[in-house]
Ligand binder design. Structure first.
Ligand SMILES: N[C@@H](CCC[C@H](N)C(=O)O)C(=O)O
Length: 280
């Protein structure tokens, strides 16, 4: 017996996820599917799985699973892609959309050219918590914790190219100070309100970009007096603009959303074999 699931691979500044409309294709055990489908050699290859669904509180809902199967509260880059998905696949004709996430309701403003969503601005709400970490000799730096619904640890350094992210990323992600683990960002001020950032994501490792991580970096830069309220965050896969609005206290994130391809997963339910068919 087979089970067919249509999916769309999308990315926001290179942060790539598999998107499934669960109103048409309900997904049982999403954490397990995220692990299986995210694998590069034996699955589709992605940073994780995003489920789009209905909500009684908002226009749509979003759930995000990292490549290791853990569920996160929020995904900045993913929320922009959900905006593009629901508009371009005809699930709505609204250009202002409310999105129900585990981190509360977010408002998406779509930037539309013709029938294409070229960029999305997300009202990410206010940062929930900030704090300093002094490593007391363990590491030669000071870090700033910022919660954007999910946890981030941002460290500013003089030269980001000197950071061995594959080594220090997992070390900090799993440091005992962070019982829920943490996302890890290293950042360098490269110009006025321009910040270069690299990220090690909790549950996914090095990714090309992280939307909530970009917000956390801009917040950390502002509170440490390193940037103003509006910063461009340049990541390995692209740039997002982050603005910390003084009146509302909300963080506004504007950036790209890109479709890569549509595909169909054909699961052989009896023997658990996975076959993926793509349509470019
Ligand atoms: N890449 C995302 C964040 C995804 C979740 C994160 N790895 C976590 O576990 O908190 C983004 O764009 O925000």
């Amino acid at each position: 017996m087979t089970n067919k699931i249509k999916f769309t691979k999308m990315h926001g500044a290179g942060n790539d996820y598999i998107y499934v409309d669960t109103t048409k294709y309900p997904i049982a055990e999403p954490g397990k599917k995220a692990i299986e489908w995210s694998k590069f050699h034996t699955g589709i290859g992605s940073d994780g799985l995003i489920l789009i669904g209905s909500s009684d509180k908002a226009d749509f809902s979003m759930r995000i699973f990292n490549a290791d199967g853990s569920e996160a509260m929020m995904c900045g880059n993913g929320s922009r892609c959900v905006g593009k998905y629901v508009y371009e696949y005809g699930l709505t004709d609204k250009t202002e959309i409310t999105l129900d996430t585990l981190s509360g309701i977010k408002i998406l403003k779509l930037h539309v050219e013709g029938k294409t969503v070229t960029a999305v601005t997300v009202d990410m709400g206010s940062p929930l918590e900030t704090g300093e970490v002094h490593w007391k000799g363990k590491y030669p730096f000071r870090s700033t914790k910022v919660s954007m619904g999910n946890p981030h640890l941002v460290t500013f350094v003089d030269d980001i190219t000197r950071i061995n992210l594959p080594e220090i990323g997992p070390e900090l992600e799993n440091y005992p100070l962070f019982p829920d683990r943490t996302n890890v960002e290293f950042a360098q001020i490269v110009g006025k309100d321009t910040i270069r950032m690299r990220v090690w994501e909790r549950g996914s490792g090095i990714t090309q970009a992280c939307g909530t991580g970009a917000c956390a970096t801009a917040v950390a830069a502002f509170i440490n007096g390193l940037a103003g309220r509006k910063s461009n965050i340049i990541m390995d896969g692209g740039t997002v603009l982050i603005e910390w609005d003084e009146a509302s206290g909300h963080i506004l994130m504007t950036g790209p959303a890109t479709k890569v391809f549509d595909g169909e997963i054909v699961e052989e339910v009896e023997n658990g074999e996975l076959r993926v068919e793509n349509e470019y």
